[in-house]
Design a protein around this ligand. Structure first.
Ligand code: NCD
Ligand code: ZN
Length: 347
């Protein structure tokens, strides 16, 4: 192994969209397979993952394309989800469903049927009953933290009032605020022992200018929308801080080009993800914190075992493809400085 190479404990992606069979499932899984030991699959498929049967079928669908990747599953919470749903899923050992995702109604892709503003302020009884059960059963609550009805740049900030209520009412519930984009969210995470946050590659790289500042860049368009340079600085500081509350959730979210052209939010960041993160952490003189961010801290939050193998990155120039089938990656046609040495190193 060259002395310049970097080895990392097998990464864990705490937020990925693997989609469904007719919407890029194989492509999405195969790209993750090359890097991640574990990945938490989001439930906003079409149709969504709502109950035990859905989870079981989705697990099978993902496993079809996995060699060593271990999918972790989630369900989408709706006003119809009951404590029994959580119990039913928990007794199964044929898959690992470890979290439920709260989507406010209409704030992102396939979030229809989520929680409306009156259901969140104040928290409705149906949701509280489910959160109480999740707390007892040691599930993680993942949250898309944007308040419906607010101006788009203020949605995350305004949602923090709801998050405060949940964190206070359920102090033993492990909460992950997903894909944070603002200084306010970075700071909020510090206030509660049970609140953590995922950070994406694209929010570490972009601001609103990269989406609409020049020509409209549909491939950088995602929810929550990237914010100001100052917010991005806070995200970089959080990701490189060595604080276990902040860890990687890629939010890699492929949409076929024709759907992107129709305005679908989501960036397909998986191709080049770990390579670009390595480059950025080197540039920020924080490469000693990369393993924590991409593997150890997320595993700690989700009570996962330590990595069973390591991956190795080497200096190797290559270019991210301009398209992968119908999908255009976030880093399309960009030169990467780092490559992955295959196969992984066993530990
Ligand atoms: C995601 C998707 O496409 O499923 N889109 C996005 O812009 N991030 C959903 C989500 O995580 O918000
Ligand atoms: Zn997402």
């Amino acid at each position: 192994m060259s002395k310049d190479n970097i080895t990392l404990p097998a990464p864990f992606d705490a937020h990925v969209h693997f989609r469904q069979e007719n919407y890029g499932l194989q492509t999405a899984v195969v790209y993750h397979e090359q890097v991640f030991e574990y990945a938490l699959a989001m439930p906003n498929t079409n149709p969504p993952i709502l109950n035990c049967t859905d989870v079981s079928q989705y697990n099978q669908a993902i496993l079809k394309y996995c060699k060593r990747l271990r999918p972790l599953l989630t369900i989408k919470l709706t006003p119809e989800t009951t404590p029994q749903t959580i119990h039913d899923i928990s007794i199964h050992s044929s898959f690992q469903c470890v979290a439920a995702k709260l989507y406010p109604e209409g704030v992102t892709t396939n979030s229809e049927g989520g929680f409306t503003r009156p259901m969140l302020m104040p928290l409705c009884k149906a949701l509280c009953d489910v959160l109480d059960t999740m707390q007892e059963m040691k599930w993680v609550l993942c949250i898309h933290g944007e308040m419906p009805g607010e101006f788009c740049l203020d949605r995350e900030k305004e949602f923090l009032y709801v998050l405060r209520d949940i964190a206070k009412l359920f102090p033993r519930l492990q909460i992950v605020l997903e894909h944070i984009t603002t200084r306010e969210a970075v700071e909020f995470v510090q206030l509660f022992k049970n609140v953590n946050a995922t950070i994406t590659l694209h929010h570490l790289m972009t601001t609103l200018d990269d989406v609409v500042g020049d020509k409209l860049n549909i491939h950088a368009f995602c929810k929550p929308i990237p914010k100001k340079p100052r917010d991005r600085e806070y995200l970089i500081r959080a990701a490189t801080s060595g604080d276990p509350k902040y860890f990687l959730g890629s939010d890699s979210a492929p949409h076929p080009l024709s759907f992107k052209q129709c305005g679908c939010a989501g960036c397909f960041t998986a191709p080049g993800l770990i390579q670009k993160l390595t480059e950025l952490f080197v540039e920020w003189r924080a490469v000693n914190r990369l393993a924590d961010f991409v593997s150890d801290f997320g595993r700690r939050c989700y009570s996962l075992p330590p990595a069973s193998y390591r991956i190795e990155l080497c200096k190797d120039e290559w270019t991210v493809p301009g398209n992968i089938g119908a999908f255009v990656p976030f880093l399309a046609n960009q030169k990467m400085k780092w490559g992955i040495v295959q196969p992984p190193i066993r530990v």
